[in-house]
Write a protein that binds this ligand. Structure first.
Ligand SMILES: Nc1ncnc2c1ncn2[C@@H]1O[C@H](COP(=O)(O)OP(=O)(O)O)[C@@H](O)[C@H]1O
Ligand SMILES: [Mg+2]
Length: 274
């Protein structure tokens, strides 16, 4: 199905003339799914992001940590089109210029974001929540009336399996646990087949067991797609992290594996000073 927004994306040539040019820029972008360069966001003169540059590789699972107010959520707001930066560049999938696109255009282009609070339809079943999240669905009522194809059913089944909710499929979403709701919401994002998944504090309020299960889930999701996780729970970050980026005052303070980051004097100072 071709929608107005998809057409618009094509016509606009979001793979745009503004893409980073020159051999060195292209080398740098090779394989990257997200490229932020010199992003600055000011709120009344206060710089929530201050010349921030960040590169996420295709298939990577990246953890972003940093004290409260470091700019983590603002970074996600820029990537998803919720906040426009004052300056800088943001490219998705090498040459899709995010700064020229609206929030829905960015979602359709393949960036999914999970907010802290689950936003599932509590009165509807787990299965129907996933059904409604399917890419083809344009309105709740059209979707509920339309007959689902076998293929669509299979996709829902497969996502139920991935997020571990097969047994809960007929339960009301309001009746499942907090952790299960978070997984359902991740499942709803997966129905849209994003290439890049942004997840803000997924394990807040989860039990130990749910936290472990979430670590497994996010790890399994990377590879086929890229996953960026913002999280405060250090034990959790350690359990999933390959590459960790520490944000502080709107900039990258340190980047590397968990051990190098945790032993970095700059990082230690920031966390002890909190
Ligand atoms: N809409 C806004 N208006 C004013 N200040 C904001 C707004 N959004 C975020 N900020 C400020 O920007 C800074 C970064 O916030 P945020 O990105 O939410 O940090 P984090 O997610 O790392 O805790 C904070 O000081 C916050 O108060
Ligand atoms: Mg935040």
């Amino acid at each position: 199905m071709s929608t107005g927004v998809e057409e618009n994306l094509k016509v606009k040539g979001a793979r745009a003339a503004g893409a980073p040019s020159g051999a060195s820029a292209i080398d740098l972008l090779h394989g990257s799914i997200l490229y932020l360069n010199g992003i600055t966001v000011s709120f009344d003169g206060f710089r929530a992001l201050d010349n921030l540059s960040l590169l996420i590789e295709r298939g990577e699972l990246r953890c972003i940590i940093g004290p409260n107010g470091a700019g983590k959520s603002t970074m996600m707001d820029v990537v998803t089109g919720k906040t426009r930066p004052d300056s800088g560049q943001a490219f998705f999938d090498r040459d899709i210029d995010l700064l020229t696109m609206s929030e829905p255009e960015i979602a359709i282009a393949g960036i999914g974001r999970k907010f802290q609070k689950p936003t599932v339809f509590e009165e509807l079943s787990v299965f129907v929540n996933l059904e409604l999240a399917m890419k083809a669905s344009r309105s709740v009522w059209v979707t509920l009336r339309a007959r689902m194809s076998g293929e669509q059913r299979d996709r829902i089944e497969s996502v139920l399996e991935t997020v571990g909710l097969t047994e809960c499929r007929t339960l009301r979403a309001g009746a499942i646990s907090h952790g299960q709701k978070q997984w359902l919401e991740i499942g709803m994002l997966l129905m849209q087949e994003p290439q890049l998944l942004l997840v803000d504090e997924p394990v807040a309020g989860m039990t130990h067991q749910e936290t472990e299960r979430t670590a497994e889930l996010l790890t399994s999701l990377a590879g086929d797609r890229s996953v960026v996780v913002v999280e405060h729970d250090m034990e959790f970050v350690r359990s999933i992290a390959r590459r960790v980026t520490v944000l502080h005052e709107g900039q990258v303070l340190a980047e590397g594996d968990m051990d190098s980051v945790q032993n970095d004097p700059k990082v230690i100072k920031v966390y002890l000073g909190e």
